[in-house]
Design a protein around this ligand. Structure first.
Ligand code: AMP
Ligand code: MG
Length: 471
């Protein structure tokens, strides 16, 4: 099965896999199944470019103009005809002392061109970004020149004033014809693809679009993601915490992660573990959302109705993934109305475990890429050479020994810093329990110990995922 032909039915897809074991599914295989099954949404909207930040481009943007639109100066200096450099005079036997004297015939400013003609032996004072005068192809930076004023006295260029300036002397051996000139179309030539469909627009892209004179772009509509938490022990903020209860934190971490991904969130709150409430919640989510993310109630042997309802309303697989934290997970598709599969709208389902750290790890390593694919993000946004997810892993030296069982992927919360030798070194935050959210909050990276890796000795290299980056 290829990634270009998404499967219509999850159970059919799973039956085609020869080595599929839902009770011990390697992380990479779970990621692969999810990528094969999810399909991009097909709905586009036009937005002003500022509003398009972080959104997925729905069509290629071709450059309608040359950028820059004309040859211009890259420096503050003097523009002249490059072939004049062959006429340089040698003041003495030292070839580095060759100079050329040019007569200043005018000035060109950014936005105000010099319109006169420039003859051999002449030059024009020019500012950065100003149009190159016709026939000029070379700019000498101002600080390399010596100005010769009316009084024929050489002065430092900084101190001089253009009004009484007649000539400059330039060190001809230090410059080549064509230097310090930006060519028309060198940034973007007319008709070329400036930005490709599937690109997530970043600050540089907004600037690039503006530089093309583009005010609006077509982007994929935001992905609608419904979230709810399941569990009778969960309390919402503002409620009192009865014996045995915990505040629902998962909806808040999910809110943060989904917001950063640019999704529209349908927050359905805490759903009690009763079949009527759960069925209503799943049906409503299936009707209104592109994806549903739940937490809790998917563990093996959980005495609740969440799994039953997922089974009843959709095409859902229940996995025990060879990973830590995060083993249990449900994945599939929920129909809003199972009796009308053809017309009933459906939503992809990610049933995450309840433990707060497991929720975040499962989100980053399974859900995030699936959502990016659904958002229409291109391959460049969702592949990486070092990891099977879009999240780039970087190597760091572990400053401590780490216990690791081969045959599962382990994610430890780490603190990375730069050692005195310039290498990245990583240590582990306190307790690594899958319910201890503080370990995640204190960490600035995650240490990814791969499926086949065993114990790590102090000083050994490990892969880490940095939590923050400049995007
Ligand atoms: P479960 O996967 O439902 O068996 O839950 C595993 C653990 O995670 C239990 O200790 C739950 O109380 C806890 N848990 C489940 N959902 C949440 C939530 N939304 N916020 C905080 N803790 C949760
Ligand atoms: Mg539960």
């Amino acid at each position: 099965m290829s990634a270009n032909t998404p499967a219509a039915n999850l159970h059919h897809l799973l039956s085609c896999l020869s080595d599929y074991d839902p009770n011990s599914l390697p992380v990479a295989q779970a990621q692969q199944i999810i990528q094969l099954f999810v399909t991009p949404i097909d709905s586009v909207e036009k937005l002003a470019i500022r509003q398009a930040l972080g959104r997925v481009l729905a069509a290629d943007v071709l450059s309608g103009i040359n950028v820059p639109a004309y040859d211009n100066s890259a420096m503050d200096g003097y523009a002249f005809i490059g072939s004049d450099l062959q006429k340089k005079a040698t003041d003495n036997s030292d070839p580095t002392n060759q100079t050329l004297t040019l007569k200043v015939v005018g000035a060109a400013y950014a936005g105000r061109a010099f319109e006169g003609a420039v003859q051999p032996g002449e030059c024009v004072r020019i500012m950065t970004g100003a149009v190159m005068p016709s026939s000029c192809d070379t700019v000498i930076p101002q600080e390399w020149t010596v100005e010769i004023s009316d009084s024929k006295q050489a002065t430092e260029s900084k101190q001089s004033n253009l009004g009484n300036l007649k000539q400059i002397r330039i060190p001809a051996a230090q410059i080549n014809a064509g230097d310090n000139r930006r060519l028309k179309g060198e940034d973007l030539a007319i008709g070329t693809t400036a930005l490709s469909k599937g690109k997530i627009l970043r600050p540089a892209d907004l600037g690039l679009l503006a530089s093309l004179g583009v005010a609006e772009v077509a982007v994929q509509r935001r992905l609608r993601v419904a979230i709810f938490s399941t569990g009778d022990e969960l309390r919402s903020l503002g409620e009192t915490l009865d014996l045995g209860c915990v505040y629902d934190s998962n909806r808040y971490t999910l809110y943060g992660m989904l917001t950063r991904l640019g999704c529209e969130i349908i927050d359905m709150g805490v759903i009690k573990d009763d079949p009527i409430s759960l069925e209503a919640a799943f049906r409503s989510a299936g009707e209104n959302a592109d994806a549903i993310i739940t937490s809790g109630g998917v563990s093996v042997g959980a005495a609740d109705y969440t799994k039953q309802m997922m089974e009843k309303l959709g095409d859902v697989a229940f996995w025990s993934i060879a990973m830590r934290p995060g083993r249990p997970m449900a994945f599939g598709k929920i129909q809003s109305n199972k009796s009308d599969q053809a017309n009933g709208k459906g939503a992809y389902l990610f049933g995450l475990p309840g433990n707060p750290v497991a929720v975040m790890v499962s989100f980053y390593f399974f859900v995030r890429d699936a959502l990016l694919h659904m958002m229409g993000a291109g391959a460049a946004e969702s592949t990486s050479t070092t990891s099977s997810t879009s999240l780039p892993l970087v190597p760091a030296i572990s400053s401590v020994a780490l216990r690791k069982r081969a045959g599962r992927t382990e994610y430890q919360r780490g603190i990375v810093s730069v050692a005195t030798n310039g290498q990245l070194q990583v240590s582990i935050t306190g307790s690594q329990g899958s319910g201890i959210l503080r370990s995640m909050s204190e960490a600035n990276c995650m240490v990814v110990l791969h499926h086949d890796q065993a114990d790590i000795a102090a000083g050994e290299k490990v892969d880490i995922l940095l939590f923050e980056g400049l995007i």
